[in-house]
Design a protein around this ligand. Structure first.
Ligand SMILES: *Cc1c(COP(=O)(O)O)cnc(C)c1O
Length: 382
Protein backbone atom coordinates (compact mmCIF):
# COMPACT_ATOMS: atom_id res chain seq x y z
CA UNK A 1 0.00 0.00 0.00
CA UNK A 2 2.93 2.33 0.70
CA UNK A 3 3.55 2.58 -3.07
CA UNK A 4 0.30 4.52 -3.48
CA UNK A 5 0.60 8.19 -4.33
CA UNK A 6 -0.50 10.80 -1.80
CA UNK A 7 -3.97 11.62 -3.17
CA UNK A 8 -4.96 7.96 -3.37
CA UNK A 9 -3.55 7.28 0.07
CA UNK A 10 -5.34 10.20 1.72
CA UNK A 11 -8.71 9.27 0.21
CA UNK A 12 -8.58 5.54 0.93
CA UNK A 13 -6.65 5.54 4.23
CA UNK A 14 -8.51 3.48 6.84
CA UNK A 15 -11.62 3.21 4.67
CA UNK A 16 -13.25 -0.20 4.47
CA UNK A 17 -16.94 -0.65 3.66
CA UNK A 18 -18.88 -1.27 6.89
CA UNK A 19 -19.16 -5.08 7.13
CA UNK A 20 -22.80 -5.06 8.28
CA UNK A 21 -24.25 -2.66 5.68
CA UNK A 22 -21.60 -1.89 3.05
CA UNK A 23 -21.72 1.81 4.02
CA UNK A 24 -18.74 3.40 2.24
CA UNK A 25 -18.10 5.81 5.13
CA UNK A 26 -17.21 4.33 8.50
CA UNK A 27 -20.35 4.77 10.66
CA UNK A 28 -20.29 6.92 13.79
CA UNK A 29 -20.39 4.21 16.48
CA UNK A 30 -22.02 6.33 19.17
CA UNK A 31 -21.83 3.75 21.93
CA UNK A 32 -20.12 3.49 25.30
CA UNK A 33 -20.08 -0.30 25.56
CA UNK A 34 -20.46 -3.55 23.58
CA UNK A 35 -22.55 -6.62 24.43
CA UNK A 36 -20.68 -9.84 25.25
CA UNK A 37 -22.30 -13.26 24.66
CA UNK A 38 -20.61 -14.67 27.75
CA UNK A 39 -17.88 -13.08 29.93
CA UNK A 40 -14.87 -12.34 27.73
CA UNK A 41 -16.70 -13.40 24.52
CA UNK A 42 -16.68 -10.29 22.32
CA UNK A 43 -15.56 -9.01 18.91
CA UNK A 44 -12.53 -7.09 20.19
CA UNK A 45 -14.60 -4.24 21.60
CA UNK A 46 -15.35 -4.05 25.33
CA UNK A 47 -15.64 -0.43 26.43
CA UNK A 48 -15.40 2.68 24.25
CA UNK A 49 -12.59 4.41 26.19
CA UNK A 50 -10.41 1.46 25.13
CA UNK A 51 -11.81 0.72 21.65
CA UNK A 52 -14.26 2.28 19.22
CA UNK A 53 -14.60 1.25 15.55
CA UNK A 54 -14.88 4.85 14.25
CA UNK A 55 -11.74 5.75 16.18
CA UNK A 56 -10.03 2.56 14.96
CA UNK A 57 -10.71 3.55 11.31
CA UNK A 58 -9.26 7.01 11.99
CA UNK A 59 -6.21 5.59 13.77
CA UNK A 60 -5.51 3.35 10.77
CA UNK A 61 -5.85 6.38 8.48
CA UNK A 62 -3.48 8.43 10.66
CA UNK A 63 -0.83 5.70 10.42
CA UNK A 64 -1.22 5.45 6.63
CA UNK A 65 -0.95 9.19 5.92
CA UNK A 66 2.23 9.54 8.04
CA UNK A 67 3.85 6.36 6.62
CA UNK A 68 3.74 4.84 10.10
CA UNK A 69 2.60 1.50 11.49
CA UNK A 70 0.40 2.73 14.34
CA UNK A 71 -1.85 5.73 14.95
CA UNK A 72 -3.51 6.88 18.17
CA UNK A 73 -6.17 9.60 18.35
CA UNK A 74 -6.57 11.90 21.36
CA UNK A 75 -9.19 14.40 22.46
CA UNK A 76 -6.87 17.33 21.59
CA UNK A 77 -3.36 18.09 20.38
CA UNK A 78 -2.22 18.90 23.90
CA UNK A 79 -3.71 15.60 25.15
CA UNK A 80 -1.50 13.84 22.60
CA UNK A 81 1.54 15.80 23.84
CA UNK A 82 0.53 15.02 27.44
CA UNK A 83 0.56 11.28 26.62
CA UNK A 84 4.11 11.50 25.23
CA UNK A 85 5.44 13.21 28.38
CA UNK A 86 3.76 10.52 30.50
CA UNK A 87 6.25 8.03 29.02
CA UNK A 88 8.82 9.72 31.29
CA UNK A 89 9.66 9.51 35.00
CA UNK A 90 10.78 12.09 37.56
CA UNK A 91 14.43 13.01 36.97
CA UNK A 92 14.21 12.54 33.20
CA UNK A 93 15.19 15.41 30.94
CA UNK A 94 13.52 16.67 27.79
CA UNK A 95 15.34 18.79 25.24
CA UNK A 96 12.73 21.00 23.60
CA UNK A 97 12.69 23.70 20.95
CA UNK A 98 12.72 27.24 22.36
CA UNK A 99 10.23 28.38 19.72
CA UNK A 100 7.06 26.35 19.77
CA UNK A 101 3.33 26.40 20.32
CA UNK A 102 2.53 28.29 23.56
CA UNK A 103 0.24 25.54 24.86
CA UNK A 104 3.05 22.98 24.60
CA UNK A 105 5.35 25.30 26.55
CA UNK A 106 2.62 25.82 29.18
CA UNK A 107 2.01 22.07 29.55
CA UNK A 108 5.75 21.43 29.98
CA UNK A 109 6.48 24.26 32.43
CA UNK A 110 3.25 24.59 34.39
CA UNK A 111 2.10 20.97 34.60
CA UNK A 112 5.00 18.56 34.17
CA UNK A 113 7.89 20.44 35.79
CA UNK A 114 6.27 19.97 39.17
CA UNK A 115 6.32 16.20 38.62
CA UNK A 116 10.13 16.37 38.45
CA UNK A 117 10.61 16.31 34.70
CA UNK A 118 13.20 18.81 33.51
CA UNK A 119 12.78 20.70 30.24
CA UNK A 120 15.80 22.29 28.57
CA UNK A 121 14.92 24.76 25.83
CA UNK A 122 17.37 25.31 23.00
CA UNK A 123 17.38 26.78 19.52
CA UNK A 124 17.01 23.53 17.58
CA UNK A 125 17.54 25.22 14.19
CA UNK A 126 21.23 24.61 14.97
CA UNK A 127 21.41 20.93 15.93
CA UNK A 128 24.72 21.48 17.75
CA UNK A 129 22.69 23.20 20.48
CA UNK A 130 20.99 19.85 21.11
CA UNK A 131 24.25 17.91 21.31
CA UNK A 132 25.57 20.52 23.75
CA UNK A 133 22.91 19.79 26.39
CA UNK A 134 22.52 16.00 25.94
CA UNK A 135 23.21 13.95 29.06
CA UNK A 136 22.44 10.44 30.26
CA UNK A 137 19.28 11.90 31.78
CA UNK A 138 17.98 13.00 28.36
CA UNK A 139 15.03 10.80 27.42
CA UNK A 140 13.12 12.83 24.86
CA UNK A 141 13.81 15.44 22.19
CA UNK A 142 10.76 17.53 21.26
CA UNK A 143 10.83 19.61 18.11
CA UNK A 144 8.35 21.55 16.03
CA UNK A 145 9.15 22.38 12.39
CA UNK A 146 8.13 24.76 10.91
CA UNK A 147 7.61 26.49 14.25
CA UNK A 148 4.58 28.39 15.39
CA UNK A 149 4.67 31.34 14.72
CA UNK A 150 8.16 32.19 13.45
CA UNK A 151 8.41 29.49 10.78
CA UNK A 152 11.84 28.34 11.93
CA UNK A 153 13.04 25.08 10.41
CA UNK A 154 14.87 22.26 12.19
CA UNK A 155 16.68 19.51 10.29
CA UNK A 156 14.68 16.41 11.31
CA UNK A 157 17.13 13.91 9.79
CA UNK A 158 20.10 15.50 11.58
CA UNK A 159 18.26 15.54 14.93
CA UNK A 160 17.13 11.94 14.47
CA UNK A 161 20.76 10.85 14.02
CA UNK A 162 21.73 12.61 17.27
CA UNK A 163 18.70 11.13 19.01
CA UNK A 164 19.40 7.55 17.85
CA UNK A 165 23.01 7.79 18.99
CA UNK A 166 21.93 9.10 22.40
CA UNK A 167 19.11 6.56 22.77
CA UNK A 168 16.47 9.27 23.23
CA UNK A 169 12.98 9.38 21.74
CA UNK A 170 12.47 12.02 19.05
CA UNK A 171 8.96 13.45 18.79
CA UNK A 172 8.12 15.92 16.02
CA UNK A 173 5.06 18.20 16.17
CA UNK A 174 4.10 18.06 12.48
CA UNK A 175 0.96 20.21 12.80
CA UNK A 176 2.13 23.11 10.59
CA UNK A 177 3.44 21.01 7.69
CA UNK A 178 0.78 18.26 7.80
CA UNK A 179 1.59 14.87 6.28
CA UNK A 180 1.01 16.37 2.83
CA UNK A 181 4.25 18.34 3.13
CA UNK A 182 6.43 16.39 5.52
CA UNK A 183 6.71 12.87 7.00
CA UNK A 184 9.04 12.93 10.05
CA UNK A 185 8.97 9.12 10.55
CA UNK A 186 10.62 8.74 7.12
CA UNK A 187 13.38 11.05 8.40
CA UNK A 188 14.04 8.96 11.51
CA UNK A 189 11.66 10.46 14.09
CA UNK A 190 10.14 8.01 16.62
CA UNK A 191 6.80 9.77 17.13
CA UNK A 192 4.85 12.26 15.03
CA UNK A 193 2.40 14.47 16.89
CA UNK A 194 -0.49 16.41 15.32
CA UNK A 195 -3.04 18.86 16.46
CA UNK A 196 -5.68 17.30 14.16
CA UNK A 197 -7.74 20.38 15.03
CA UNK A 198 -5.76 22.19 12.32
CA UNK A 199 -5.03 20.87 8.79
CA UNK A 200 -6.17 17.25 9.31
CA UNK A 201 -9.68 18.33 10.35
CA UNK A 202 -9.33 21.36 8.12
CA UNK A 203 -12.76 22.92 8.66
CA UNK A 204 -12.45 24.59 12.10
CA UNK A 205 -15.12 22.31 13.54
CA UNK A 206 -13.25 19.85 15.77
CA UNK A 207 -10.61 19.67 18.52
CA UNK A 208 -8.44 16.59 18.29
CA UNK A 209 -4.85 15.27 18.45
CA UNK A 210 -2.83 12.37 17.09
CA UNK A 211 0.34 10.36 17.61
CA UNK A 212 1.85 8.11 14.94
CA UNK A 213 4.78 5.72 15.38
CA UNK A 214 6.48 2.60 14.00
CA UNK A 215 7.81 0.97 17.15
CA UNK A 216 5.43 -1.59 18.66
CA UNK A 217 6.60 -1.23 22.24
CA UNK A 218 6.24 2.56 22.02
CA UNK A 219 2.71 2.05 20.62
CA UNK A 220 1.84 -0.34 23.46
CA UNK A 221 3.05 2.17 26.08
CA UNK A 222 1.18 5.05 24.46
CA UNK A 223 -2.00 3.01 24.00
CA UNK A 224 -1.80 2.09 27.70
CA UNK A 225 -1.56 5.81 28.55
CA UNK A 226 -4.40 6.65 26.12
CA UNK A 227 -6.83 4.23 27.76
CA UNK A 228 -5.58 4.71 31.34
CA UNK A 229 -5.66 8.51 31.28
CA UNK A 230 -8.71 8.60 29.03
CA UNK A 231 -8.17 11.61 26.76
CA UNK A 232 -9.95 9.90 23.85
CA UNK A 233 -11.94 11.68 21.13
CA UNK A 234 -15.62 10.94 20.63
CA UNK A 235 -16.78 8.97 17.57
CA UNK A 236 -18.38 11.96 15.83
CA UNK A 237 -15.13 13.93 16.14
CA UNK A 238 -13.26 10.93 14.72
CA UNK A 239 -15.68 10.88 11.78
CA UNK A 240 -15.01 14.59 11.13
CA UNK A 241 -11.23 14.11 11.05
CA UNK A 242 -11.60 11.00 8.83
CA UNK A 243 -13.62 13.11 6.43
CA UNK A 244 -11.10 15.97 6.62
CA UNK A 245 -8.20 13.69 5.70
CA UNK A 246 -9.90 12.77 2.41
CA UNK A 247 -9.41 16.31 1.06
CA UNK A 248 -6.15 17.16 2.85
CA UNK A 249 -4.07 17.06 -0.35
CA UNK A 250 -6.48 19.27 -2.30
CA UNK A 251 -6.66 21.83 0.50
CA UNK A 252 -2.91 21.82 1.19
CA UNK A 253 -2.13 22.38 -2.47
CA UNK A 254 -4.27 25.52 -2.40
CA UNK A 255 -2.91 26.65 1.00
CA UNK A 256 0.61 26.40 -0.49
CA UNK A 257 -0.31 28.29 -3.68
CA UNK A 258 -2.01 31.07 -1.72
CA UNK A 259 0.93 31.14 0.73
CA UNK A 260 3.36 31.95 -2.10
CA UNK A 261 1.17 34.81 -3.36
CA UNK A 262 0.66 36.37 0.09
CA UNK A 263 4.30 35.99 1.18
CA UNK A 264 5.48 37.79 -1.94
CA UNK A 265 2.82 40.48 -1.68
CA UNK A 266 3.75 41.22 1.96
CA UNK A 267 7.43 41.40 1.08
CA UNK A 268 6.66 43.97 -1.60
CA UNK A 269 4.61 46.19 0.75
CA UNK A 270 6.80 49.12 1.96
CA UNK A 271 4.96 49.24 5.31
CA UNK A 272 5.96 45.66 6.09
CA UNK A 273 9.28 45.07 7.83
CA UNK A 274 9.93 41.31 8.03
CA UNK A 275 8.05 38.35 6.58
CA UNK A 276 8.66 34.97 8.23
CA UNK A 277 8.04 32.29 5.60
CA UNK A 278 10.31 29.32 4.90
CA UNK A 279 9.73 29.49 1.14
CA UNK A 280 11.97 32.56 0.70
CA UNK A 281 15.40 31.70 -0.73
CA UNK A 282 17.00 33.89 1.96
CA UNK A 283 15.14 32.19 4.86
CA UNK A 284 17.97 30.97 7.15
CA UNK A 285 17.05 27.27 6.78
CA UNK A 286 15.38 27.38 3.37
CA UNK A 287 17.62 24.57 2.05
CA UNK A 288 16.53 22.24 4.85
CA UNK A 289 12.89 23.19 4.34
CA UNK A 290 13.28 22.38 0.66
CA UNK A 291 14.92 19.06 1.46
CA UNK A 292 12.42 17.79 4.02
CA UNK A 293 9.17 19.42 2.86
CA UNK A 294 7.21 19.14 -0.40
CA UNK A 295 6.02 22.76 -0.25
CA UNK A 296 5.94 25.65 2.22
CA UNK A 297 2.36 25.61 3.48
CA UNK A 298 -0.14 28.30 4.34
CA UNK A 299 1.30 29.74 7.54
CA UNK A 300 3.40 32.87 7.83
CA UNK A 301 4.07 35.77 10.17
CA UNK A 302 5.12 39.35 9.58
CA UNK A 303 5.99 42.59 11.34
CA UNK A 304 5.32 46.16 10.32
CA UNK A 305 7.99 48.88 10.07
CA UNK A 306 5.96 50.65 12.75
CA UNK A 307 6.65 48.04 15.44
CA UNK A 308 4.12 49.43 17.96
CA UNK A 309 1.31 47.23 19.26
CA UNK A 310 -1.11 49.98 18.12
CA UNK A 311 -0.04 49.66 14.47
CA UNK A 312 -0.39 45.86 14.61
CA UNK A 313 -3.76 46.18 16.35
CA UNK A 314 -5.02 48.43 13.59
CA UNK A 315 -4.24 45.76 10.97
CA UNK A 316 -5.60 42.98 13.19
CA UNK A 317 -8.93 44.73 13.55
CA UNK A 318 -9.29 45.96 9.94
CA UNK A 319 -9.20 42.78 7.89
CA UNK A 320 -12.55 41.59 6.60
CA UNK A 321 -11.82 38.19 5.05
CA UNK A 322 -9.11 37.26 7.55
CA UNK A 323 -10.99 36.68 10.80
CA UNK A 324 -9.23 37.60 14.03
CA UNK A 325 -9.08 34.28 15.85
CA UNK A 326 -6.84 31.67 17.43
CA UNK A 327 -6.23 28.35 15.65
CA UNK A 328 -5.19 27.70 12.07
CA UNK A 329 -5.35 25.22 9.22
CA UNK A 330 -9.00 25.69 8.27
CA UNK A 331 -10.35 26.52 4.82
CA UNK A 332 -11.02 30.11 5.91
CA UNK A 333 -8.21 32.63 6.49
CA UNK A 334 -7.39 33.74 10.03
CA UNK A 335 -5.27 36.55 11.46
CA UNK A 336 -3.78 36.34 14.93
CA UNK A 337 -1.70 38.34 17.41
CA UNK A 338 0.61 35.71 18.98
CA UNK A 339 1.84 37.97 21.82
CA UNK A 340 -1.65 38.42 23.27
CA UNK A 341 -3.44 35.35 21.90
CA UNK A 342 -1.84 31.98 21.01
CA UNK A 343 1.47 32.66 22.77
CA UNK A 344 0.30 34.76 25.74
CA UNK A 345 1.25 31.92 28.11
CA UNK A 346 4.96 32.45 27.33
CA UNK A 347 6.54 35.11 29.60
CA UNK A 348 7.31 38.33 27.69
CA UNK A 349 11.11 38.17 28.20
CA UNK A 350 11.16 34.57 26.93
CA UNK A 351 9.07 35.58 23.93
CA UNK A 352 11.25 38.54 23.04
CA UNK A 353 14.44 36.50 23.47
CA UNK A 354 13.15 34.12 20.82
CA UNK A 355 12.16 36.90 18.42
CA UNK A 356 8.42 36.79 19.08
CA UNK A 357 7.88 40.53 19.25
CA UNK A 358 4.82 42.44 20.49
CA UNK A 359 3.96 43.60 16.97
CA UNK A 360 4.18 40.20 15.26
CA UNK A 361 1.12 39.25 13.17
CA UNK A 362 0.43 35.62 12.19
CA UNK A 363 -1.66 34.54 9.22
CA UNK A 364 -3.30 31.21 8.58
CA UNK A 365 -3.90 31.52 4.87
CA UNK A 366 -7.08 29.77 3.82
CA UNK A 367 -8.11 28.47 0.43
CA UNK A 368 -10.17 31.45 -0.73
CA UNK A 369 -9.17 33.24 -3.92
CA UNK A 370 -5.64 34.61 -3.36
CA UNK A 371 -6.46 37.91 -5.09
CA UNK A 372 -9.27 38.60 -2.63
CA UNK A 373 -6.95 37.81 0.27
CA UNK A 374 -4.29 40.22 -1.06
CA UNK A 375 -6.95 42.94 -1.50
CA UNK A 376 -8.05 42.43 2.10
CA UNK A 377 -4.49 42.77 3.43
CA UNK A 378 -3.91 45.83 1.18
CA UNK A 379 -6.83 47.70 2.66
CA UNK A 380 -5.90 46.67 6.22
CA UNK A 381 -2.18 47.51 6.03
CA UNK A 382 -2.77 50.55 3.85
C1 LIG B 1 -2.87 24.00 18.07
C2 LIG B 1 -1.53 23.39 18.22
C3 LIG B 1 -1.26 22.46 19.24
C4 LIG B 1 -2.30 22.08 20.28
O1 LIG B 1 -3.35 21.38 19.74
P1 LIG B 1 -4.89 21.47 20.30
O2 LIG B 1 -5.63 20.63 19.34
O3 LIG B 1 -5.27 22.90 20.31
O4 LIG B 1 -4.85 20.89 21.68
C5 LIG B 1 0.00 21.90 19.28
N1 LIG B 1 0.96 22.25 18.40
C6 LIG B 1 0.74 23.14 17.42
C7 LIG B 1 1.85 23.47 16.47
C8 LIG B 1 -0.49 23.75 17.30
O5 LIG B 1 -0.70 24.67 16.34
Amino acid sequence: MSSQKIATKFIHAGAEPDPSTGAIMTPIFQTSTYVQSSPGQHKGYEYARSQNPTRAALETALAVIENGKYGLAFSSGVAATDAVIKLLSPGDEVIAANDMYGGTYRLFTKVFEKFGIKFIYVDTTDVNNITAVLSEKSKLIWIETPTNPLMNITDILAVSKISKKAGTILCVDNTFASPYLQNPLDLGADIVMHSSTKYLGGHSDVIQGALIMNDESLKDQLYFIQKSCGAVPGPFDCFLVLRGIKTLHVRMKQHCENGIVIANYLRSNPKVDRVFWCGFLDHPNHDIAKKQMRGFGGMLSFTLKDSSVEAATKVLSSTKLFSLAESLGGVESLINHPASMTHASIPREERLKNGLTDGLIRLSIGIEDAEDLVEDLKQAIG
